[in-house]
Design a protein around this ligand. Structure first.
Ligand code: ADP
Ligand code: MG
Length: 677
């Protein structure tokens, strides 16, 4: 219901357009157009203390003012004034702004902010920002801590400040969605006060308090959401799946290798959750190749032994098929029925029938399709951080027993530092696999300079001869004139005619039909393809044990966490694997990023480094970049996170979500945004 900026003094049609280009349409928008930074112009200098080169703020009286022609540039007009305070006087010059000589009058009291230079006529303040001082009116541009805004062509800082000032006056006292008792206990200031001080702070302390309040808001509502979700799940009932020691031993001893300690530990977390009569709600985080699938299999095995069904969902058909293949081989010899349901095997038909096999593997679409399980006890979702509220409700309805909720396990290969996970996914319990299976050699990573490119292809050919395979990753699908970045189609042509002629090459990218992609991946697995030239579609979870080399073109275009994910496509057997990074733009940050990758194989360390270097957007994957700001805040300001968590607890304990309509509205808006994630 906010009013248009057209109402403001000084905003005509032209300025309205310009402001709109900054997404400022309403008075509210203007109030939320927070400054990029502030400049402290509050420290005043006496004229007598002025020295050459200083940036000064002075409060002075105009003694003389006029316009003259510049000596050398005849067409340039110069406004000149002599100003003074009780300690002395100094000259002021403005180039090309003759109107100033009529705006400012002798005897006016003004504040000036500008640089002091020396000319042959002595010291002068050059082109300062000026503002008349009037009794009873606070200054906006000078003599205070002054906001500086993001602008667009044709809007000046002075104009923007003038508009924001008016907007702040018009909104008046603002309703605060945060109940006063919660504010008081968290030690934060009211929202309208915070907005005033965020723009025009009276002091550095007030400014800090304002930012704390605004940051608090972003974290608090997410914490409240998490805690509400957690309570909701805790109030549900689930069928307890007792720990079956004998069955677990039998299953584990059938594996070709012993479990790692980390696998044991997280499996134990999961078994304990399953044995409870309320649903598990756990996130399993483990670096690429850390062996999450077998942990999932152990949980599914328990579930089936207890007479319930389990479902495993993956983000893509390729991965669903891969999981199906892994589970089929792990459960061989056990009396367990498995079925794969992906789009291509007609998930639609499932809607009318009861799903009966012990274990169902499919894509995330499986729950969207409204299928009905006979008695679903456990749902596992790979490469998704959380079950949405809707997904959970549907699972419950479709589980075969509408009174109980299935146990839920999410798995993620995105290394999330624990602090970040707690800030973002507070409603989930967390298990981390922080250890790789033994005998796994670290992937040898090198940045390859252009002159060594030919050698790299020779190296690839040598390894292909040993029955190994190679991925070549390009940032683009088709060539682009403007970017000069390698593309899958051009690279495929170039390599199959040139350096890798005679090898079996194939392409994989997102424009291909799912069936085509599957066929390619199957050929890769069957070793009918030696070299796969691909886009980042191969990013998540793909398991080709004989692939030992990955070449990454345009490495500067990927984030650290993403590069580490790509590298995880190789090094999945006991053979030495290699990752070659190519880049044409060795900027400082690229070099730092790539050398971090060369020197570390630890996804969690790299994630932390990534957080340090460029905000957490990359850690979480670009599709979740909406988190980044919030995540950064939480990680950088533990005090803020703690305050928000405490406030969320208090809000629930005191029933504020029931008592306060504005808080409810705020939460509903947030729920909408979470559903869209
Ligand atoms: P991710 O965590 O990336 O999903 P996977 O479950 O696909 O990893 O496992 C990666 C590879 O490691 C698979 O080929 C799997 O068979 C193997 N693996 C899993 N656990 C172990 C272990 N304890 N020892 C040796 N190899 C293992
Ligand atoms: Mg996996």
């Amino acid at each position: 219901m906010s009013r248009s900026i057209g109402e403001l003094h000084g905003v005509g049609p032209a300025l309205k357009k310009r402001l709109e280009s900054l997404d400022i349409n309403t008075i509210d928008d203007l109030v939320w157009h927070l400054p990029r930074l502030h400049e402290d112009r509050s420290q005043l200098t006496s004229v007598v203390d002025i020295e050459e080169g200083m940036d000064v703020n002075v409060k002075v009286k105009i003694d003389k003012v006029g316009v003259r022609q510049a000596f050398r540039h005849r067409r340039m007009q110069i406004a000149e004034a002599v100003v003074s305070d009780e300690t002395g006087s100094i000259k002021v010059i403005w180039f090309n702004q003759p109107h100033i000589a009529t705006t400012l009058k002798v005897e006016d009291e003004v504040l000036l902010a500008g640089k002091v230079k020396r000319t042959k006529y002595g010291l002068s303040i050059q082109s300062p920002v000026y503002e008349k001082v009037a009794t009873g009116r606070a200054t906006v541009h000078t003599g205070r801590i002054v906001p500086k805004y993001r602008l667009t062509a044709g809007v000046t800082q002075k104009q923007m400040r003038y508009f924001v000032k008016q907007a702040l006056e018009r909104i008046g006292p603002m309703a605060d969605y945060l109940p006063a008792p919660i504010r008081d206990s968290a030690g934060i200031i009211p929202l309208d006060h915070a907005l005033q001080q965020a723009h025009f702070p009276e002091s550095a302390e007030q400014h800090a308090a304002a930012l704390f309040r605004l940051d608090f808001d972003r974290i608090y509502i997410r914490q409240l959401y998490s805690q509400v979700q957690r309570l909701e799940v805790e109030q549900q009932s689930a069928t307890a799946i007792a720990f079956n020691e004998a069955a677990t031993k039998e299953f584990v001893s059938s594996l070709p290798w012993p479990l790692t300690n980390a696998q044991r530990r997280v499996a134990w977390d999961i078994f304990q959750d399953l044995a409870k009569e309320r649903p598990m709600n756990r996130l399993l985080v483990g670096d690429v190749g850390s062996g999450k699938t077998v942990v999932a299999a152990m949980a599914l095995f328990q579930t089936v032994k207890a007479g319930k069904q389990g479902v495993l969902m993956a983000p893509t058909e390729i991965l669903a098929k891969q999981h199906y293949a892994s589970l089929t081989s792990m459960f061989e010899g056990f009396d367990i029925s498995l079925e794969l349901h992906t789009g291509s095997t007609k998930t639609n038909k499932l809607q009318d029938q009861l799903i009966e096999p012990d274990i169902i593997v499919g894509t995330h679409a499986l729950i969207q399709k409204g299928v009905n399980f006979k008695n679903l006890g456990l749902a596992i979702i790979d490469e998704q951080h959380r079950f949405g509220v809707d997904q959970r409700r549907r699972l419950k309805e479709q589980s075969g027993d509408a009174d109980t909720m299935p146990h839920l396990l999410s798995m993620s290969a995105t290394p999330i530092p624990r602090t970040l996970a707690l800030a973002l996914y507070g409603e989930l319990d967390l298990s981390i696999i922080d250890e790789m299976p033994a005998g796994r050699l670290a992937v040898m990573t090198r940045v390859v300079p252009p002159r060594k490119r030919a050698d790299a292809y020779e190296f690839v050919k040598e390894h292909l001869k040993q029955g190994e395979q190679c991925f070549i990753l390009c940032p683009l699908i088709d060539p682009s004139d403007t970017l000069g970045v390698k593309s899958v189609t051009a690279e495929y042509d170039q390599l199959s005619k040139g350096p890798l002629a005679g090898q079996s090459l194939a392409m994989l990218h997102g424009k291909m039909a799912p069936r085509e992609k599957d066929a390619i991946m199957e050929q890769m697995r069957a070793k009918k393809i030696d070299v796969l030239v691909a886009t980042s579609v191969i990013e998540v979870g793909v398991d080709i044990p004989d692939a030992t080399i990955i070449m990454i073109e345009g490495a500067e275009r990927f984030g650290l966490a993403q590069l580490h994910q790509f590298r995880g496509r190789v090094g999945r057997s006991d053979r030495q694997s290699y990752c070659f990074l190519f880049t044409d733009s060795p900027s400082e940050s690229t070099t730092e990023r790539l050398s971090a990758l060369v020197s570390s194989n630890d996804g969690m360390k790299l994630a932390e480094k990534d957080l340090d270097m460029r905000g957490s957007g990359e850690v979480l994957g670009t599709e979740q970049s909406g988190y980044s700001e919030v995540a950064m805040l939480a990680v950088q300001q533990p005090a803020l996170l703690a305050a928000a968590q405490a406030a969320a607890r208090l809000s629930i304990a005191d029933n504020w979500l029931q008592k306060s309509a504005p808080l409810q509205a705020k939460m509903n808006a947030f729920l909408q945004s979470v559903h869209l994630e």
